[in-house]
Unconditional design. Sequence first.
Length: 185
Amino acid sequence: MKSGKKQLRIGVLDMQGSVEEHVESLRRAGVTPVRVKTVADLANLDGLIMPGGESTTIGMLCKMYGLRDGIVAAVRGGMPVYGTCAGAILLAKWGILDIDVDRNAYGSQIESFDTEITCSEISGGPVRAIFIRAPRFTRVGKKATVLAEHMGDPVLVRQDRILASSFHPELTGDDRVHEYFLSHL
């Protein structure tokens, strides 16, 4: 962070999933991570990360604690959000991101894999991408832009200040996707 700039506060939805890995990626990027468990936790955030995990469980807990409506309102009000895997599924399901997804399309847990993807908007060469019961983005609407593909399928998309990946960059130690998200705040 450059001196004189406000310290960014980025929320990490803390219902279930790869929360701690996102928190560590944000710390390495020099921002303040905030664990989001209640609607009140959404206040004064500069952005939000919705992690991977089990989308049904995360969605159920968000609805139970009123976070679903709070997140939808905050994002529609301009708050940047990045959804990985299950987070991307929820962004699509909640009508925030103009994509359709096919849950677990890359296979079961034992069929998880990692590969390298190329994104022209992220410098430094290919990005390592870990796919764990990952969704396939089956339709990318006119509002969204495909940033990276794997075997012809979109795996990283952006729509204004919304970013979504079907893979888990937080598990690799390579923070460039997080830094890309932060650069668009």
